[in-house]
Design a protein around this ligand. Structure first.
Ligand code: NOJ
Length: 583
């Protein structure tokens, strides 16, 4: 047996050559037949992750929670919800990951707690509670009676529909909840809150975890005057986003967290801040290593390219917009800072259904999208099932959804008179439940996910789209993703090369080059079902090696030199590699 792979976390920026895999535990693998995934289920599937070659597992929340927002409403930060297992299971997962040379990144949800967290229970118990100020309590609007329509302290809408304020009869005040009413926002202005969070983070690091993915972390500093937001035409609520996003003390808080939690440790852990609304200029500040804030952020710009005012407004996807956004982020963080790269997570619809073709070209377009993303500069994230080319779910009715955001939106939209058929069409395309259907392990009735009744239906296409079938097929999406992960580890240009976007105005072709020392890559991908001709200057590429192709046979066999004329088959992606002698 080979020696255990050593985890060398001494390098400041080991994550620059890493690939992260996100596990959404409810939907990954169920070991006890209750229909909900759990830690032992995940442990039982570690071979899959090891074979894929990923370096880090980001685990969505497994903490005790009433599960109002599927675990993003935490009632105890230092334990494991019995649905998912025990702390001992978590320790075992950590040990087994480390033994296989992988790291564990926990989800850190500290913009808000659950309303069942003892901190909030105490805070709510009385206006005189010593923890009252740990949350955002405010009286009714002046001259108005608390609990009556329009008396909310501000006109803000919650991200999950309805007012962002909940009236508490007992204390006669409102509390702020940017998400569900069971997710009250913590008041980071209070230093006791910050110290309690830092102590909890240190506790997890002492336990051996290797990093944190920080949930909506740029919302922790808010404009403390809490001004009303602009009411857009015909809207019931105001838009408070600008008053809660990247507020005046955000960099101070993040830098303080870094100092209090991460500095002086003997290993370098990974920190990624989820930051809705963040601009590339802000991201450069957050990820500038000299400022010691976070290693990378999750931007939302590229997953907003097919949104209008809200994600529920269906706008056709334009490749040129996507390239403009991603190209700007590549350029903006080229000298200072670092990008995270993702198409999917537990909040986004499946990328093959969104930017690809999940019908006739499912396999090829899933491989293409993986190729394009993984060949960018930054740290790629693979969301469970993406490596199988899993698709959106054919939702037929509202009763099939479980996600609070989807259910609330449906209720509010139908109540205000929107056409129910259109509301459902938007949910079918955009609901977070598309990402949350169980992982398709095999073709058996519940896809090998559970022996019980799955908490969310398994996609009927699991008979075809599943890990077992993908393992057996050398041309599967899975084998292609394996090759992509391998390239990041073995080709320095993939991890470290400069990025140059080509053909920004081409509506069909996504093309760019990467360059590092004497190696150059040319990536060209046809995001359409029609043949394309990439209008590229191919001078000097005639002797290039075909490093990767998504056509059958392309994942494993890098072919010899081939003169290419720029023609691309439907959904074809190719990566050329050339080496130039130094002058
Ligand atoms: C972002 C998480 O990814 C999402 O799933 C959650 O609903 C919100 N933050 C609130 O925690």
């Amino acid at each position: 047996m080979s020696a255990e792979p050593a985890l060398d976390s001494s390098a400041e920026d080991w994550w620059r050559t890493a690939v992260v895999y996100q596990v959404y535990p409810r939907s990954f693998a169920d070991s006890d037949g209750d229909g909900v995934g759990d830690l032992r289920g995940l442990i039982g599937r570690l071979d899959h992750l090891e074979r894929l070659g990923v370096d880090v597992v980001w685990l969505s929340p497994i903490y005790p929670s009433p599960q109002d927002d599927a675990g993003y409403d935490i009632s105890d930060y230092q334990d494991v919800d019995p649905t998912f297992g025990t702390l001992a299971d978590l320790d075992d997962l950590l040990a087994q990951l480390h033994a296989r040379g992988m790291r564990l990144m926990m989800d850190l949800v500290v913009n808000h707690t659950s309303d069942e967290h003892p901190w909030f229970v105490e805070s709510r118990s009385s206006p005189d509670s010593p923890k009252r100020d740990w949350y955002w309590w405010r009286p009714a609007r002046e001259g108005m009676q608390g609990g009556t329509p329009g008396a909310e302290p501000t006109n803000w809408e919650s991200f999950f529909s309805g007012s962002a304020w909940e009236y508490d009869d007992a204390g006669g005040e409102y509390y702020l909840h940017l998400f569900s009413r069971k997710q009250p926002d913590l008041n980071w202005e209070n230093p006791e809150v910050r110290e309690a969070v830092y102590a909890m983070m240190r506790w997890w690091l002492d336990r051996g975890v290797d990093g944190f993915r920080m949930d909506v972390i740029n919302l922790i500093s808010k404009d403390i005057d809490l001004p009303d937001g602009v009411v857009h035409h015909g809207g019931q609520f105001g838009d408070g986003f600008g008053h809660v996003m990247c507020g005046p003390r955000i960099h101070e808080f993040i830098a303080e967290m870094h100092r209090e939690v991460f500095e002086g440790r003997d290993r370098k852990v990974l920190t990624v801040g989820e930051m809705p609304g963040v601009t590339v200029e802000e991201a450069r500040l957050f990820t500038d290593p000299a400022r010691r804030e976070v290693d990378m952020v999750f931007t939302f710009e590229h997953v907003g390219v097919d949104h209008a005012r809200s994600k529920w407004d269906l706008v056709p996807f334009r490749l040129t917009t996507l390239k403009a956004v991603l190209g700007r982020w590549q350029a903006g963080l080229a000298e200072t800072g670092w990008n995270s790269l993702y198409w999917n997570n537990h909040d986004q619809p499946r990328v093959v259904s969104r930017f690809g073709d999940d019908g006739a070209w499912r396999v090829r377009s899933a491989k293409l999208l993986g190729t394009v993303l993984h060949l960018h500069r930054g740290t790629p994230y693979i969301y469970q099932g993406e490596e199988l080319g899993m698709t959106n779910f054919p939702f037929a009715g509202i009763e099939e959804f479980r996600d609070i955001e989807s259910l609330n939106h449906h209720r509010h939209a139908v109540e205000r008179g929107d056409d129910p058929a259109q509301v459902l069409a938007a949910l079918r395309s955009r609901s977070r439940d598309n990402a949350r259907t169980p992982v398709q392990w095999d073709g058996s009735p519940n896809a090998g996910f559970t022996t019980g009744e799955p908490w969310l239906a398994v996609n009927p296409n699991h008979t075809e789209v599943n890990a077992e079938a993908a393992e057996a097929d050398p041309d599967s999406v899975l084998h292609h993703y394996r090759r992509l992960v391998e390239l990041r580890h073995t080709e320095p240009v993939v991890a470290h090369g400069d990025f140059t976007m080509l053909l920004p105005d081409d509506e069909q072709v996504y093309a760019f080059t990467r360059a590092h020392e004497d190696v150059e890559l040319l990536v060209a991908a046809n995001l359409s079902g029609e043949v394309a001709k990439a209008d590229l200057d191919l001078d000097g590429w005639a002797d290039a090696e075909l490093l990767l192709s998504n056509l059958d046979g392309g994942a494993t066999a890098a072919s010899a030199a081939t003169a290419w004329d720029g023609a691309l088959q439907p959904w074809e992606a190719r990566v050329l590699r050339r080496q130039q002698a130094r002058l």
